[in-house]
Each structure stands twice: as C-alpha cells, then as structure tokens.
Design a protein around this ligand. Structure first.
Ligand code: COA
Length: 159
C-alpha cells in the first residue's frame, strides 16, 4: 500500500490542487490531503473550515482522505507511514520555494522525498490568494473552483 501526503494550507482548495490529486490518484493507493495548522500564513478559513471544504471538494476521489495536522509535515508523514510527500509545481517562480521546502524536509527526515506534479496549463496561474481577492471583488471564476468553495468564499467574504 503506497501512501503519500499532500501538505498545504488549502485556503481554500482550488481546481489546481484537485488536478494534482487526480494525477496522484493514478500512481498511489492513498493520498492524505494534509491540512496544516502551522503554515506561517494567516488563513481566512480556520483549520476545521479548510478541512471541511476540502472533504466536500474531494468527494469523488476515493483514494483521497482529508486530515488536519499540527507540527511538522515530516512527523505527520512518518505517523501515517507515508512513502513521500507530493506538491504541485506551477511555474519557475514556485521552484525556489519548493526546492528549499523539499530539501529542508529531507534534512528533517531523510526517508521522505518530495514528488512534484505539474498542473494542467489552465491551472498554472491559479493561486488561493488570487481567488480570495477575485471572489471578494465580485469576479466570476467558477470554472477554477469547486462549487462548494465558491459558496464558502462568498459566505466568508459576505459577497
Ligand atoms: N494549484 C493551484 N494553486 C496552487 C497549486 C496548484 N496545484 N499548488 C500550489 N498552489 C498555490 C496555493 O493556492 C497557495 O497560494 P497562495 O500562496 O496565494 O495562498 C500557494 O500556492 C501555496 O499554498 P499551498 O499549496 O497550500 O502550500 P503552502 O506553501 O501554503 O504550504 C506547508 C506550506 C503547509 C506545506 C508548509 O508550511 C508546512 O509543511 N507546514 C507544516 C510545518 C512544517 O513542517 N514546516 C517545515 C517545512 S520545511
């Protein structure tokens, strides 16, 4: 049984993240979408809200399980007996950050490697902060977000 974790802030999850999960579902037996409490960011959704939205958004992906974690991603990976972490790599601008994250995680726990997936073209420019801003300003980007995310964002941002 090959399990991987997909750690992130997911504030909120977008179709770009779901695209990565679909690709990973073809290769692994179980993907734990791991919603981090320690992200160094100031998310608009609480940890439980982020996890709840993710659970709704991945309902049709049977290999994906959503869990929250506190502390280090590598400790969570070890606890769940994961063989690797997965992350999305959208553009060259992601590379430096993702490389340092992957190397630091490897230093913390040598047996954990990071596997990168490249999202489909249509998601290369997508980011959670962009969708938060666009929805808050009344823009329409329904095709980039699961319907449950659009509803959650509208209700959180009172649009
Ligand atoms: N499609 C769309 N957007 C994507 C994406 C994809 N495939 N891949 C990344 N993104 C975007 C996100 O929307 C997000 O956008 P934003 O910055 O505008 O909000 C950004 O890229 C990155 O977000 P996310 O994928 O959620 O990851 P993150 O960089 O916020 O996550 C953690 C960082 C959670 C993995 C890291 O903080 C962590 O591991 N924390 C646990 C503590 C720990 O172990 N620290 C030591 C790390 S060495």
């Amino acid at each position: 049984m090959k399990t991987v974790i997909y750690p992130g802030t997911f504030d909120p999850i977008t179709n770009g993240h779901i695209d990565i999960l679909r690709k990973a579902s073809k290769l692994f037996d179980e993907i734990i979408l791991s919603v981090a409490s320690a992200t160094g960011k100031n998310p608009i959704f609480s940890l439980e809200e982020r996890a709840h939205i993710c659970r709704q958004a991945v309902r049709d992906l049977p290999k994906v399980k959503v869990q929250v974690f506190h502390g280090l991603a590598v400790d969570f990976a070890k606890e769940r007996d994961a063989c690797a972490m997965i992350r999305g790599l959208r553009a060259l601008s992601d590379f430096e950050y993702e490389l340092s994250l992957a190397l630091m995680n490897k230093k913390l726990l040598d047996k954990i490697d990071t596997i990168f997936f490249v999202p489909d073209n249509k998601y290369l420019y997508l980011s959670s902060s962009m969708v938060r801003q666009i929805v808050s300003l009344g823009g329409d980007i329904k095709d980039l977000l699961p319907p449950c995310v659009v509803a959650a964002l509208k209700s959180k941002l009172c649009v």
